[in-house]
Design a protein around this ligand. Sequence first.
Ligand code: SAH
Length: 249
Amino acid sequence: MWRATILTIFPEMFPGPLGLSLAGKALAAGLWTLEAVDIRAHASDKHRSVDDTPAGGGPGMVMRADVLGRAVDAAVAAADPRPRLVMSPRGVPLTQARVAALAEGEGAVILCGRFEGIDERLIEGRQFEEVSIGDYVLSGGEIAALVLLDACVRLLPGVMGKEASTAEESFSQGLLEYPQYTRPQLWEGRPIPAVLTCGDHAKVEAWRRAEAERLTRARRPELWAARAAAAGKREKPRTRRGKTPRRDG
Ligand code: SAH
């Protein structure tokens, strides 16, 4: 079973939105588990403080390595094989590939920062990897952790109805998804593109493919370039006439 352990000063934020819908049903069904550990329970003073002023000066507060260390050690066995992630705008950007890899594992231990961040020695000393959900700054790691969990949980076996629906969606093949339509056939003078209702499966596939490529090129040139580079590598060596072999990927 996929297990998530969250270290936070706001355990009441969990499961939060993940208690509803797909993730919530899966949680209730025991397809994954969630344990929210209150970091404050591991503070040592009567004010239960978890933070202190930054060494070297500057604004804000920093989460203490000693308090966090105790919280981690109490919640996670040293031999626990799960990856230890700390949510951080400085981290490695989260991708669908990483999400898929995490979903295939045994779960994750996720540390949620607050204030200006976390004492670096804790990150090093307890082997946490910093993960970012994007180039913007949140007020805390909890919402970032919920984002990561939501992305992982929907990929767990039995959580989503159709397995196939994850294979075609955005990022799974280095492309954004094609546009989707449903009834009514005509809405405010806008028809569904005729190709989608013509009944020719191959034509539908070709249209979707072309739309996915068009959107990716226009909106995410860096994704498109990475995809082209990856395709180039796969295609080497080229044929003698220098023709590019067909690829269907
Ligand atoms: N001073 C830090 C920002 C701290 S924001 C800096 O400039 O890098 C407080 C906490 O919110 C962080 O410790 C982290 O846990 C979380 N957080 C903020 N933005 C995030 C992001 N983009 N991805 C993941 N976590 C984030």
